[in-house]
Design a protein around this ligand. Structure first.
Ligand SMILES: [Zn+2]
Length: 71
């Protein structure tokens, strides 16, 4: 947190790595700091991201690139 910027609604790309599996989620809704570009995710968004990651890991693939999709 740089404490200098204001957050504005936007989208970001989130990369997760777990157990040697990499999951890249695009178009994730986030609050973006207009000063440093840091993105902040809501608890609900984080939960969906982790669900997406678990799905990819369950499929047994090494790399998954998908669009953020709340279910
Ligand atoms: Zn900032």
């Amino acid at each position: 947190m740089c404490k200098h910027g204001q957050t504005v609604p936007g989208q970001t790309t989130v990369t997760l790595e777990r157990d040697g599996v990499m999951v890249i989620l695009k178009n994730v809704p986030a609050e973006i700091c207009d000063n440093c570009g840091e993105s902040y995710l809501s608890d609900e968004t984080t939960r969906v991201i982790l669900e997406n990651a678990e799905e990819a890991i369950a499929k047994g693939i090494d790399l998954e690139i998908r669009h953020y999709a709340p279910c």
